[in-house]
Ligand binder design. Structure first.
Ligand code: NOJ
Ligand code: CA
Length: 717
């Protein structure tokens, strides 16, 4: 028998570790196994297996602390504990109503060789779809206040995996994904060329962001991320392109420090999700399960919704956020000089309120309503916006009355331009203002270099800031959608009013830059959305010629794919992003957006492959209605969509919105066909998706007359 050299070295390492182990312990659940080892030198390490195949090779754990100590080896084991848990909990909103939290836990108690000794616990949870672990510094006499200068967690991979990555930037997650082998990772070109991203700070050419999605040579899907990022810096991964070892690399502050802590303290969980099916990565609930239950006892005011916005018209240059083009001068009467193109004026906002009210859209976002937009961008200045002062043409009293009379919620917009200090100063007043005028949601923004100067978007100080905003919002019964924050880590379980974040490259890049290729939306659910919902802003219907600034620009999508994104790109706050007049031209296709919901009873990932395609079906919460979305990358393909998730014995009316046979994202993106069939749970739909295309479907219980009038779908036509 010929042994492959990687396998041989794995065996040798395993042999070495077990033979030289001071202590070793194994925990498994289903196909997942985790082995913990403390070697003779007192160095802790863990390994992860799937069906006994190595997923993570022996990997070291530890820290460098400022208190002159390397917490890496020389540990003694002082105790271990095991426990099992299997519970079902209910979400406030989500992709499913119920979530099963089933795991085996191993708690390792260690004591360092320092004087005084430092106590450190390692807590492992093994689920049937992966492993989570965290460090705990318990209350102890020898350690009180301390600084993490480095976390030394390793994730040693078993081979040169295919990887979907973006650069490890301290300030942005808005990059395009690169698909490459681990050995090919080097982010310099990506960072240099991404001139459309406002702030880029990526000093390590070999650092990548999490969630990091990978596929091994023998078909295992592995996702590495973190859960419950609280009072700590975000974890990036430093890649060793030679031996495929990943090491945690925390985002620093101005002094190069990573986290200022006080014992007792628990770090975020490090997470490894693994399966031989890509679909399982999308349906994993591990990150949510590793977060604490809701901190809010009354959540009745938290309501998922669709929203329109005075927004795409600014993105495409039809109107402006700013009221005046002259920040430094006023007219003879002492008032600012209007530029005549200000989007957030009372009449225009009313138009959007009417549009929302008529189309089952519950909210209207208004950007550019408050003073400060004249020179908000790129100056790294402390005082920019006033969060309670409307521009003169925005009549907040009248609009509050008007929106309420139409049963529409106005959505507040608080862009900070990165000046988090000033937002903290004004925050109480800002939230009181929202309460006074009946705003139930706020979209925040952090475009620009962060103030306090020297901090980064993803460092400990800002991680705390975003959470403080979510908590302040909760006190005021306001839902939060943060733009340009750190990427989510499942904290929406604990703070269910923190509905969505951007923290990735959204649809808007198709307006203000050369955009994102069609595969982008087939990668995001495997990467950024693993931590939580994304405000991607789907629903653009005018696919070309929408921007006055750059007429050649176009969406990298067909119109039907924009519909499908309402299902494949989960968010409880989901934008209906295009202009009302652009929906007017496609009323038949717009019906899908009117119908689709944002809160789900259950979700079935029908099939998926990162970078290629995603097909998802979801059932509306408390209703028999189902919706299905199927998207593809730059390749056309035939989607096989069995409807086995439907209730047996019932007949349904399926309305299918699909790409026309001559459609493609580049030359014919607005061509589509709408068909209806009677279907049931034995139906196997076969639908062609165009290049860069997609299909969307609503599946409602059929009436007697539907069954009489409409043909039943014949399998494999
Ligand atoms: C960037 C956000 O992503 C976008 O949605 C917003 O319109 C601008 N910042 C202005 O706040
Ligand atoms: Ca592809």
């Amino acid at each position: 028998m010929k042994l492959n050299p990687i396998l041989l070295s794995v065996l040798l390492i395993c042999l070495f570790i077990t033979s030289s182990a001071q202590h070793s312990e194994t925990v498994s659940l289903g196909r997942i196994k985790m082995q913990f080892t403390l070697d003779k030198e007192g160095a802790p390490a863990y390994e992860v297996f799937y069906d006994n195949k190595p997923v993570i090779l022996p990997s070291r754990l530890g820290f460098k602390l400022n208190v002159d100590s390397l917490l890496y080896n020389g540990f003694q084991l002082t105790g271990t504990e095991k426990k099992s848990s299997d519970q079902i909990w209910q979400t406030v909103w989500g992709e499913t109503k119920d979530i099963r939290n089933h795991y085996e836990e191993l708690n390792i108690h260690l004591q360092s060789g320092h004087t005084p000794a430092i106590r450190l616990n390692l807590i492992f949870r093994v689920f049937d779809d992966g492993v989570g672990f965290r460090y705990e510094f318990p209350l102890q006499a020898g350690l009180r206040y301390f600084i993490v200068t480095d976390e030394l967690t390793q994730f040693n991979l078993s081979g040169n995996n295919k990887t979907f990555w973006i650069p490890g930037d301290f300030d942005s997650n808005e990059y395009l994904y690169t698909t490459s082998l681990i050995s090919e990772i080097d982010n310099r070109k990506m960072v240099e060329s991404a001139t459309d991203i406002a702030v880029r700070v990526a000093p390590d050419p070999f650092a990548v962001q999490t969630p990091l999605m990978m596929k091994t040579g023998d078909g295992l899907y592995i996702n590495i991320h973190e859960a419950a990022l609280v009072n700590y810096a975000a974890m990036q991964l430093h890649v060793n392109t030679k031996n495929y070892s990943l090491t945690s690399s925390l985002v620093p502050d101005a002094y190069g420090n990573k986290a200022y802590l006080r014992a007792p303290f628990k770090t975020p969980w490090r997470t490894i999700i693994v399966s031989d099916k890509a679909a399982d990565i999308l349906s994993s609930k591990m990150i949510l399960n590793l977060n604490e239950p809701s901190a809010l006892s009354n959540t009745s005011w938290i309501r998922p919704m669709k929203f329109a916005g005075v927004w795409w018209e600014m993105q495409t240059g039809k109107s402006t956020w700013n009221y005046s083009d002259f920040p430094d001068s006023t007219a003879a009467d002492g008032k600012p000089i209007p530029n005549g193109k200000h989007g957030a004026n009372t009449a225009n906002v009313k138009r959007y309120i009417d549009f929302a009210a008529a189309n089952n859209i519950q909210g209207v976002l208004v950007e550019g309503w408050n003073t400060g937009w004249e020179d908000w961008f790129g100056n790294w200045k402390e005082l920019v916006f006033n969060f309670i002062k409307p521009y003169p043409d925005f009549d907040v009293v009248e609009l509050t009355r008007y929106a309420a009379s139409k049963n529409v919620n106005l959505i507040m917009h608080n862009e900070t331009s990165g000046s988090a200090t000033d937002y903290e100063r004004q925050m109480d007043a800002a939230f009181r203002f929202m309460n006074q005028y009946g705003y139930t949601s706020v979209k925040t923004g952090y475009v620009g270099r962060i103030i306090p100067r020297g901090e980064h978007h993803d460092g400990q100080w800002m991680v705390d800031h975003y959470l403080r905003v979510a908590q302040k919002a909760a006190e005021h019964h306001v839902m939060l959608d943060s733009h340009e924050p750190v990427r989510p880590t499942g904290l929406q379980r604990t703070w269910p009013n923190w509905m969505a974040s951007e923290a990735a490259r959204g649809n808007e890049y198709n307006a203000f830059s050369t955009g994102s290729p069609p595969e982008h939306e087939t990668i995001l659910p495997f990467t950024r959305l693993i931590g939580g919902p994304m405000d991607y802003t789907p629903g653009i219907f005018k696919m070309k010629g929408y921007t006055a600034n750059a007429p050649a620009r176009q969406m990298h999508s067909t119109l039907c794919k924009q519909l499908a994104l309402y299902v494949t790109m989960y968010s409880p706050l989901q934008m209906v992003a295009d202009l009302p007049e652009n929906y007017e031209k496609h009323k038949d296709a717009f019906q899908f957006i009117k119908d689709v919901t944002t809160d789900w009873e259950d979700t079935r990932i029908i099939a998926a492959e990162p970078g290629d395609y995603i097909y998802i079906a979801r059932k509306e919460k408390g209703s028999p209605k189902c919706f299905l979305g199927a998207i593809t990358d730059e390749n056309n393909r035939v989607a096989d969509l069995p409807l086995s998730f439907l209730d047996k014995g019932n007949k349904y009316l399926a309305t299918i919105y699909r790409d026309a046979s001559n459609a493609d994202w580049k030359d014919n993106p607005e061509a589509y066909t709408i068909e209806q069939f009677i279907v049931d749970n034995g139906t196997k739909l076969r639908i062609e998706l165009a290049k860069g295309g997609g299909a969307a479907m609503s599946i409602f219980p059929a009436t007697e007359s539907d069954i009489k009038k409409i043909h039943a779908y014949k399998n494999s036509r």
